[in-house]
Design a protein around this ligand. Sequence first.
Ligand SMILES: Nc1nc2c(c(=O)[nH]1)N[C@H]1C(S)=C(S)[C@@H](COP(=O)(O)OP(=O)(O)OC[C@H]3O[C@@H](n4cnc5c(=O)[nH]c(N)nc54)[C@H](O)[C@@H]3O)O[C@H]1N2
Ligand SMILES: Nc1nc2c(c(=O)[nH]1)N[C@H]1C(S)=C(S)[C@@H](COP(=O)(O)OP(=O)(O)OC[C@H]3O[C@@H](n4cnc5c(=O)[nH]c(N)nc54)[C@H](O)[C@@H]3O)O[C@H]1N2
Ligand SMILES: [Mo]
Length: 766
Amino acid sequence: MPLTTYHWGTYEIVSENGVLKSLKPFAEDKDPSRIGPSYVELLDHPARIKTPCVRKSWLDSGPGSQPSARGSDPFVAVSWDEAETLVANELDRVRTRHGNSAIYAGSYGWASAGRFHHAQSQIHRFLNCIGGYTRSVNTYSYAAAEVMVPHVIGGFVNMLNQHTSWTAIAEHCELFVAFGGLVTDNGQIGNGGTGCHIQRDGIARSSGNGVEFVNVSPRRVDIEAGVAPRWIPIRPNADTAMMLALCHTLRRDNLADTDFIDRYAVGYEAFAAYLDGATDGVVKSAEWAAPLCGIAADQIIALAHEMASRRTMIGVSWSLSRQEWGEQPYWAAIAVATMLGQMGLAGGGVGFGYAIANHMGNNVRRMSYPAVPQGRNRVSDFIPVARVSDMLLNPGGSFDYDGKTYQYPDTKIVYWAGGNPFHHHQDLNRMRRAWEQPDTIIVHDWCWNAAAKHADIVLPCTVPLERSDIGMTPRDPYIVAMTKAAEPAGVARNDYDILAGIAARMGVADAFTEGRSVDDWLRWLWEETRKRAKVNDIALPDYNDFVEGEYHKLDPVVHQRVMFEEFRADPEGHPLATPSGKIELFSEAVAAFGYDDCPGHATWNAPVEWMGSASSDCPLHLIGKQPPAKLHSQLDHGRYAESFKIRGHEPVEIHPADAAVRGLEDGDIVQVFNARGSMLCGVSITDSILRGVVAVSTGAWYDPADPDDSLGMCKHGNPNMVAPDRPTSRIAQGPGAHSCLVNIARYDGPPVTITAHQPPDIIGAG
Ligand SMILES: Nc1nc2c(c(=O)[nH]1)N[C@H]1C(S)=C(S)[C@@H](COP(=O)(O)OP(=O)(O)OC[C@H]3O[C@@H](n4cnc5c(=O)[nH]c(N)nc54)[C@H](O)[C@@H]3O)O[C@H]1N2
Ligand SMILES: Nc1nc2c(c(=O)[nH]1)N[C@H]1C(S)=C(S)[C@@H](COP(=O)(O)OP(=O)(O)OC[C@H]3O[C@@H](n4cnc5c(=O)[nH]c(N)nc54)[C@H](O)[C@@H]3O)O[C@H]1N2
Ligand SMILES: [Mo]
C-alpha cells in the first residue's frame, strides 16, 4: 500500500476509487501513534488556507500600515500573480533600502517530514539566492544544553544519534535514574519521520530484564506505571541542587571513582572545592539540597549509594534545559556520571533525552543523507532563536551569547515557513507587541493558526499527503517513498513552487530551481543518497524500484551502541572534542567568559520563578509540557487532539489539595494567570502531580479573548500566555519556558466561545 510519513509515524494510505479515505498504521510499526489519522479529516477543514491572502490595511496602505491590527484586520483574497508580485517587491524594497539583514527568516519550527519539501530548507535556499537573511541558532528544545554541553564533553546534538542503545541498556543496566522521566507519549515523535516506534518496547524490555526505573520528576506518570517505577517527586527547576548533592555524597563517602576521574576528566579539584564549600562557604550536602529540591536528605544519600553500587544510567530530559539556568543540570548530571565512573560502559553513564523522541537509543546504522543545497548566506547576523521578541523590540541592542557580545539587527520583514511562533514563543502578550515592529510579516502555512492570522501576507502551502517526497533521516532505519494521495486544497502550492514563483519575479529562478522540477529534485536527492550509501557499503535500489517498493529498511547495526565506548577504551586515541580532550568538570573556556553566575563548573543558582520564590500572588509552579495528542500546535484542530480537551479547553493538571483550597472540581473552567497574562483551562485533578505544581500541555492555538487583546487572555489554554520570555542564561540565551509561577481561580467571567480553529474574515474568497 502507498505510504506517507510524518514526525509521528508512517501510515498506509487507504484510497477508494482514487479518493483518499483514511490512514492506517504502517504494518512495520509495532507501537503506532494515534496522532496521524486526523490529518485526513483536516485537509478540507474550515481552517484550511486555500488561497493567498493579504491583510487589508497592508494591502490598502502598504508596508507598516496599522501593525496593531495584525490579528484583527480582515484579509483580502488575492491571486498568486498578485501575491508573488507583492512579496517580490517588498523583499526587493527592504534589501535595497535596509540591507538583507533586515529580513529575519530564522523561520524556526518543525514543518513536516519529507526531505525535499522541508519548508526551512526551501526558504533558506531561496533567501540565499537574493542575498541572505538574519538567521537563528539553536532550538527551543534544548538550547541551553546545545551551548553548554559541548564545553563539557565536546558535543551535544551530534551525540544524540550516538546514545547507548536500548538493547545495551536492557542487557547491562541495573538502575535507570531518569530526571524528567521517560515520557513515551513524547517518544511518539521522531523528527524527519519514523518507521517503527521503539521507546515503549525499550523500556518494557529493560524492565523485564530487571532494570529498575527511578522517575525523578514532578509528575508520577512521567514513567509508565507498567514498569513499576519508583517516583521521587522533585520540585521543578531544582534538579541541579539534587545532582550537586549526589556529587557531594559520592565524594564524602569515598564512592567517587577517582581512577576514572584522573584518567578521563579535568577540573575535579576546582569542582570539589565548590562541593566542599571552599569557594562560597556553602557545603553542597544532601542536607543543603533537601529544602531546595524537596527531597529528604537521607533519600538523596541512599540514592547516591545505590547508584555507586549498581550499573547506573542517568537520564536527563530536555525539559530540564528549558528553564532558567537550564545549562546547569546537564553539567551537573555529567559530573555525577563522571564521579560514578561508568561512562563508556554498556548500560551506564548518562543520556540526554531517552524516550523524548523515537530515535533516542535506537541501533541505526549511521549514514548522512543529502539535503536540498542551501547556498551561502551573505548575512552574518544571527540571534539565539528564543531572543526573537528581544530582537524586534530592541534593534541595535546588544546581547551576550556563549562568551561573546553581538548586536540585534533592525528587522523590517519577518518571513516564516514551517514554524509557529505563536505556538513556540514565551510571553505571547510581549511577543504581540514585538510583532507590531516589522513593516511586513510573511507566512507560508496550510492552516489558519495564530501565526497565519497575525501575518500580512499569507501564502497557502500543501501538506505531505498532497505531494510526493522522500522520508529519510539518519535517526531512523526506514526510508519511505511518500506518495501523493490528494490534490492540493484550493490553489495551495508546495513551498518550493511558491518560492520558485517569487524567485522568477526577482530574476533568480535558475539559481533557485537549477531548472529542476519536483520530480527531478527527488531523483537527484535519491542519487546523492545512493552515493553516500555506497561509501558506507550500503546498497540502495534505483529510484524507480525504491518508489515501487514503497520503503527501504536499513539493516540495524549488529553491535550494541555504547556512547563514549571508544573514548573509554583509548582516551588519547579517541579524545573528546573539548580543549583538554577530556570531560571538563571545570572549563577554563567557560570561566574565561567572566559570567559571575557561571564560574566554570556546574553551579546552583536560584531561579527567579520557582517554588522557592512562590508567593500568595503566584503560589503554583506551572510546567508547560509537550502535548500527548499532537505535535506542538500541529493537528490541534483534529478530532484526536480535541478528545483530550475539557469543554474545548486545554486541561490543567492539579493536585487534589491545591484544587480543594480553591474549591475546584474536575471539569471546571479556570483562569491560570500571572502578571504576564492568562489562559482558560479545564481542571483535571490528579494525585500524580506534586502538590504546588500544575501542568498544561502546549499546543492549543492562541485564541485572544478580545480583538485588540487588551485582556491579555487566551480563551483556549496556551501556556505561553504566562510562561516568561526570560533567557536560560547569558551563555545560551535559551527559552526559560518552565520557570513559571502562576495562580489559578475558577473562571466566572462572561462565557467564551473558542474561535481558534475558525478562519479569519476573508474578503473576496471564492
Ligand atoms: N511553554 C512552552 N513552550 C514551548 C515548549 C515548551 O515545552 N513549553 N516547547 C518548545 C519546543 S521543544 C519546540 S521544538 C517548539 C515547537 O514549535 P514549532 O515547531 O514552531 O511548532 P509547530 O506547531 O510544530 O509548528 C510547525 C508549523 O509548520 C506548519 N507546517 C507543517 N508542514 C508545513 C509545510 O510543509 N510547509 C509550511 N510552510 N508549513 C508547514 C504547521 O502548520 C505549523 O504551523 O515549541 C516550544 N515552545
Ligand atoms: N506527543 C508529542 N511528543 C513530543 C513533542 C510533542 O509536541 N508532542 N515534542 C517533541 C519535542 S520538539 C521535544 S523538544 C521533546 C521534549 O521532550 P521533554 O523536554 O522531555 O518534554 P516535556 O513534556 O516538556 O517534559 C517531560 C517531563 O519533564 C518533567 N519536568 C518538567 N520540568 C522539570 C524539572 O524541572 N525537573 C524534572 N526533574 N522534571 C521536569 C515534566 O513533568 C514533563 O512531563 O518532545 C518531543 N516529543
Ligand atoms: Mo523541541
